[in-house]
Design a protein around this ligand. Structure first.
Ligand code: HEC
Ligand code: HEC
Length: 135
């Protein structure tokens, strides 16, 4: 049986974006209404960074987890809605991933676990919504 070696690979781009963001991170947080795992005082930029990272690492788009309302040109995301099961699973996955970084890799804060993770969604998912260990 082949055991995949998929630990602690995170692109240098993340670190680069993180440095860039911390420089412009002056906007106030607290705009979000339904956060159960992510810090409630996250800024728009931080949220954007985390959601974009998740999306890429699973090879999906925002629709995969977030429900929309309306159709055609009046279609809007309802990001706070928990209606989609994928979002609920993703929340548990976020919780697990943050915990892995903190508990087993000694990363101190939640935000550091999100920005410079040792274990990320990519570690297991590798660009797929459902991880497959068989290539
Ligand atoms: C794999 C699933 C997944 C994908 C893809 C995803 N999100 Fe999320 N998103 C979540 C989860 C889970 C939460 C709630 C986190 C929590 O409870 O702390 C969330 C929360 C949010 C929130 C905060 C809503 C609120 O008010 O509480 C915003 C805004 C958001 N996502 C935007 C986006 C955008 C924009 C994209 C596409 C770039 C995206 N998300 C892609 C899973 C996802
Ligand atoms: C330690 C490995 C691991 C990590 C890290 C991980 N996942 Fe997963 N994830 C899995 C496995 C395994 C499954 C499939 C579970 C099943 O089929 O019951 C899964 C399933 C999912 C699903 C459900 C897919 C579907 O449509 O059925 C979502 C959404 C998801 N993960 C999101 C995430 C996000 C977002 C992250 C990063 C914050 C993440 N995962 C990190 C292992 C992982």
């Amino acid at each position: 049986m082949k055991i995949p070696q998929r630990t602690s690979i995170i692109s240098g781009l993340f670190v680069f974006v993180w440095v860039g963001l911390s420089a412009v991170n002056i906007q106030e947080g607290g705009h979000f209404t339904n956060l159960k795992v992510l810090p409630k005082n996250m800024t728009e930029e931080e949220m954007d960074f985390v959601m974009t990272a998740i999306k890429k690492q699973l090879g999906v788009n925002c629709y995969y987890c977030h429900k929309t309302e309306g159709t055609g040109s009046s279609e809007r995301f309802d990001f706070a809605s928990d209606e989609k099961p994928e979002k609920k699973i993703a929340r548990q996955m976020l919780k697990m991933t943050i915990k892995l970084n903190k508990k087993y890799f000694g990363i101190k804060s939640t935000i550091a676990a999100l920005y410079k993770p040792m274990v990320s969604c990519k570690t297991c998912h590798f660009g797929q919504p459902v991880p497959s260990l068989i290539k």
